[in-house]
Design a protein around this ligand. Structure first.
Ligand SMILES: *[C@@H]1O[C@H](CO)[C@@H](O)[C@H](O)[C@H]1NC(C)=O
Ligand SMILES: *[C@@H]1O[C@H](CO)[C@@H](O)[C@H](O)[C@H]1NC(C)=O
Ligand SMILES: *[C@@H]1O[C@H](CO)[C@@H](O)[C@H](O)[C@H]1NC(C)=O
Length: 645
């Protein structure tokens, strides 16, 4: 058996390596000027250490004294470049060292620039590979949904990585109440341009690359990975700087001139030259070389396929056993009646081989693809990356339970495919996308008015109440958020991704919870006992209510430091009696009727009830449904309309 991941990943990786050859080729004939090495470090195009080479937007500094390469961030902080992966457009820099004062838990960039901050007008940003540990934080941050318990990974780093001395570790960890440490994945942050340190926030950070919590801390690699955008055409001063079918023309507002391709040609930044729009005609000189590279690629491809086939046949026996188990389960158990078992080859066909243009989005669980089954049903295919998976048999049982769940405000789970490494879940396709996109996406999405929002809140509550108490076994969603609420053609809410955590073995670590992008929605009680209950869903649902009320994101680093967390931000405003000021003003208009004001007021009170610190104080989803029903009724009376809202 070969895994779905391999199926998807192998060819592109391969293409990348083939492209690398071509990249090298391209250098001989392009107008790009690659900078000289800095010490022993190569400086690939478009990175630039001088104005005469590379692309000036991609500036790095080669220290003439030490012959080392530095990445200069904003406000005067510099980071040593550890390595450059040109073909992936990424590099790794060293996180700022600790201040030398023997045991202080402060990093040097806290003092200089309040953390790492990238200039957003430049083509660099932080990648999803970084896991950031924040240390020496103020107690206020305990309230934000970051893991601040002594059992967190950042403590493991302090205690056993060997990168931190005893004194410092003591200062950084301190008492869990006063100097908590927190962890999150940078890619999960809405703003991937800075890691903020602050006197009233956290005063030190460490970054680990592609953190694998299963490995011992001493093997975790420190580093901050930065990626760069594909470079545009090369800079030029005159026609002589340009080669091939291009001209030196002023480009953009910068006043710089670039070698723009002639009509009928396009710029290929990987090969660094202009190509004819139709891929047919290629420079004759190159053709021979490309053919031989093609042959190499072909032969290696063949080898891979042979290897795959060999592996496949050795696993065939196990596969047969698995098939049998699956069939038995489907025949014998009633719970499996509605679940359909999909074959990997059918899923691949439906999604056009997991083609890039089929990607609907990427959730915490991985990529989501749109697909069309042979019978014409349009589906959404999702990989269930939940970390520590249960056995295939147990997964099939869980899928059986989940596909039995049937409510008009829940996205139907049609079945799954367990042939790959991670199970693929196949859902009905919902046309209008996520609530998140409608609330926070670009302005092309429809603006949802108060009535629609009220209805979406009500329908979502109905779906959750059904999961909690209307099904055979209570199902906790565990990941309620606006990206998991989809809207159909008539803007009815459909909750998706419910119960996926059931596929994981018990003892799911908080890391994967964070990685699921739950930041900003997570029940604060979770940090005390690591248990998610029905009331944790109520808390997360409360955050969704605030999003509906304010049209603001649950975590937004572009708000003031104290307001990053939406729940804290709105409750602070409510304390000051200013809740109407944070409500999206488009919802209430300039001359709001008392009915609308009343409705908004009740709605915000309901949200605060859901967000109560102690879970026993929060209402159940049933109670939430009742309250919303009443509000919907009042709203209907106002518009004098008997039909369903
Ligand atoms: C960093 O620079 C930005 C923009 O120049 C400025 O607004 C900010 O106050 C500076 N921060 C620090 C800590 O110096
Ligand atoms: C960010 O980069 C742009 C382009 O190089 C530059 O003009 C601008 O001054 C930079 N901003 C700051 C705050 O350094
Ligand atoms: C970072 O840059 C890459 C490449 O330009 C882009 O695809 C990605 O969306 C950017 N991420 C963020 C958070 O801006």
């Amino acid at each position: 058996m070969i895994t779905a991941d391999q199926h998807i990943a192998t060819p592109p990786n391969f293409v990348v390596s083939c492209f690398c050859f071509l990249l090298l080729l391209g250098c001989f004939c392009s107008s790009q000027k690659t900078c000289p090495n800095c010490g022993s470090m190569q400086v690939p195009y478009p990175l630039s250490t001088k104005s005469t080479c590379g692309d000036p937007n991609y500036h790095l500094r080669c220290d003439s004294h030490s012959q080392k390469l530095y990445f200069d961030a904003m406000n005067g902080s510099s980071y040593l470049v550890l390595r450059i992966m040109a073909s992936f457009q990424r590099m790794v820099v060293q996180p700022s060292p600790w201040v030398s004062a023997s045991s202080a838990c402060v990093t040097q960039d806290m003092v200089v620039s309040e953390g790492l901050r990238l200039n957003q007008t430049l083509p660099f940003n932080l990648t999803f590979s970084n896991t950031i540990f924040l240390y020496n934080c103020s107690p206020r941050l305990l309230l934000t949904p970051l893991n601040c318990t002594p059992s967190s990974l950042c403590h493991r780093y302090l205690e056993s990585s060997g990168h931190v001395d005893k004194n410092r570790a003591l200062k950084c960890a301190g008492s869990p109440d006063l100097r908590p440490c927190c962890t999150f994945v940078a890619g999960g942050m809405p703003s991937a341009y800075r890691i903020r340190l602050h006197n009233s926030g956290c005063k030190a950070f460490r970054s680990i690359l592609s953190l694998d919590p299963e490995k011992p801390a001493s093997q975790w690699e420190e580093g901050v990975e930065i990626q760069w955008a594909s470079p545009p055409e090369p800079i030029c001063n005159s026609k002589l700087d340009c080669s091939g079918p291009s001209k030196c023309l002023p480009a953009g507002r910068s006043g710089l001139s670039r070698c723009l391709c002639n009509r009928g040609y396009y710029w290929d930044h990987v090969r660094g030259t202009c190509f004819r729009n139709k891929h047919k005609s290629k420079a004759a000189g190159l053709l021979g070389l490309e053919v031989s590279i093609g042959v190499i690629c072909f032969i290696s491809f063949g080898t891979i396929i042979v290897l795959i086939t060999v592996r496949k046949s050795s696993k065939r026996f196990n596969q047969a056993k698995l098939d049998k188990a699956r069939e038995d389960m489907l025949k014998s158990s009633d719970s499996g009646k509605n679940a359909r078992m999909f074959q990997l080859k059918d899923v691949k066909k439906a999604t056009n081989g997991f083609s890039q243009d089929r990607i609907l989005g990427s959730g915490g669980f991985g990529q989501v693809y749109k697909g069309e089954l042979q019978d014409g049903t349009v589906v959404a295919v999702k990989s269930a990356k939940v970390g520590n998976l249960k056995s295939t048999q147990q997964i099939l049982n869980e899928v059986g339970i989940l596909s039995q769940v049937n409510h008009k405000n829940l996205v139907r789970l049609l079945g799954c495919c367990v042939e790959g490494e991670q199970p693929l879940m196949i859902y009905e396709y919902i046309s209008k996308g996520t609530l998140y996109d409608h609330l926070h996406g670009n302005c092309s999405s429809t603006f949802l008015g108060w009535r629609e929002r009220l209805r979406i809140a009500w329908q979502t509550a109905e779906a959750l109440a059904y999961l909690h108490s209307g099904t055979y076994t209570p199902i906790y969603h565990r990941d309620v958020k606006s990206t998991n609420i989809l809207l159909d053609d008539e803007f009815n809410a459909k909750v998706s991704d419910f119960g996926l955590s059931r596929l994981a073995r018990p003892g799911l670590s908080h890391v994967s919870t964070c990685a699921q992008g739950t930041l900003g929605y997570l029940d604060p009680e979770y940090y005390r006992n690591y248990q998610l209950t029905d009331k944790s869903d109520v808390y997360s649902y409360g955050v969704v209510l605030l999003e509906l009320l304010t049209s603001q994101k649950p975590i937004d680093f572009s708000r003031d430091q104290d307001d990053v967390n939406l729940a804290l931000y709105v409750s602070q405003a409510a304390k000051n009696g200013a809740v109407m000021e944070v409500v999206d003003q488009r919802l209430i208009g300039t001359e709001p009727s008392s009915n609308v004001l009343n409705s908004v007021q009740l709605f915000s009170e309901l949200a605060f009830d859901c967000l109560r610190e102690k879970k026993a104080d929060r209402p159940s989803m049933r109670e939430v449904v009742q309250k919303l029903e009443r509000m919907v009724k009042i709203e209907l009376e106002e518009i004098g309309q008997g039909s369903e809202l």
